[in-house]
Design a protein. Structure first.
Length: 301
């Protein structure tokens, strides 16, 4: 497939780009800087994109996102919402206007679409929450309506905590009483899911890109430290989470979302790393290999 990808330089996007190329796909990246070979320029904040360069793709993947501060002021909320609407809206409408449209558009969404639900099992059929994060994800998904109306198959990947890269140093964190359910996905697993969603015609609309084995926060932290050979981290009481992180702490640390990948499983996706220990060991091996390669390259000839 010839695939267009936005957000190719991020933690997830760089892995997805490398993975898709390794699988034999022709990947072209949307970037904000002056484009080089295999790149197309866009500036979603200014509503600008090389529309002629968008013709003839088989699929498109939008993983673009601005960095999120730890605390969400009113100004921050407006900025991240405007960014999501701009990226999703510009890409969807531009692809919809193409003469040779892609068959599929994948856009990153998030688990914050769902409310905190205790021990309840969450699937794609569950209703959205009412928090800022839930409204943010709903608005981002709705911004792709022009692509759907143009006959493009649109998939909203609702992505949880991604483990891999520098994020591995935080996996032992415990917040509140530790009984909240944490859904997660390995970075390389997510890349595999994205390829599967690109080629699987039956997948459309919301798709939970999560491991089928969510864990309570306290168990997640314990299993992580064992798998990585780390010392157990200290727990942060809920009051301190609120103090340091505000609303983002409630959404990303204390909320309980026991999410299942119902659509992926029904479509026949087979998880490469379904359990946390195996996923962590794989991701650590990837990081160690990259570190060793970088060290070797820095040595004088």
């Amino acid at each position: 497939m010839k695939i267009l990808i936005a957000g190719s330089h991020g933690m997830v996007g760089s892995t997805v780009t490398t993975y898709l190329k390794a699988q034999g796909h022709d990947v072209v990246c949307l970037i904000r800087q002056a484009p080089g070979p295999g790149e197309i320029r866009w500036d979603p904040d200014a509503g600008q994109i090389d529309r002629a360069g968008l013709e003839g793709f088989d699929g498109a993947v939008n993983l673009a996102s601005m960095p999120w501060p730890m605390r969400w002021s009113g100004k921050v909320r407006k900025a991240i919402l405007a960014n999501r609407l701009a990226t999703n809206g510009l890409l969807a409408s531009s692809l919809a206007a193409c003469e040779r449209k892609p068959r599929v558009l994948l856009c990153a969404s998030g688990m914050g679409y769902y409310p905190s639900s205790g021990d309840e099992v969450i699937t794609e059929d569950c209703p959205p929450g009412t928090s800022f994060l839930a409204q943010f994800q709903q608005a981002g998904e709705a911004a792709t309506a022009s692509a759907s109306k143009a006959g493009i198959r649109v998939v909203h990947l609702r992505i949880p905590q991604v483990i891999g890269g520098r994020a591995l140093q935080y996996v032992g964190f415990r917040g509140g009483n530790g009984q909240q359910w944490w859904s997660w996905i390995g970075r390389d697993e997510l890349a595999s899911i994205i390829e599967f969603a690109l080629i699987t015609e039956s997948l459309r609309g919301p798709v939970n890109a999560v491991s089928p084995n969510p864990m309570r926060n306290v168990d997640f932290a314990a299993a992580s430290t064992r798998a990585l050979g780390l010392k157990p981290g200290s727990a942060m009481p809920a009051l301190m989470v609120h103090l340091f992180m505000g609303d983002s702490g409630e959404e990303f640390v204390l909320a309980s979302r026991r999410i299942q990948p119902a659509k992926l499983l029904a479509a026949g996706y087979r998880f490469r790393f379904p359990d946390l220990a195996t996923a962590l060991q794989h991701e650590k091996a990837v990081v160690d290999a990259a570190t060793a390669a970088a060290s070797q390259e820095s040595q004088p000839a």
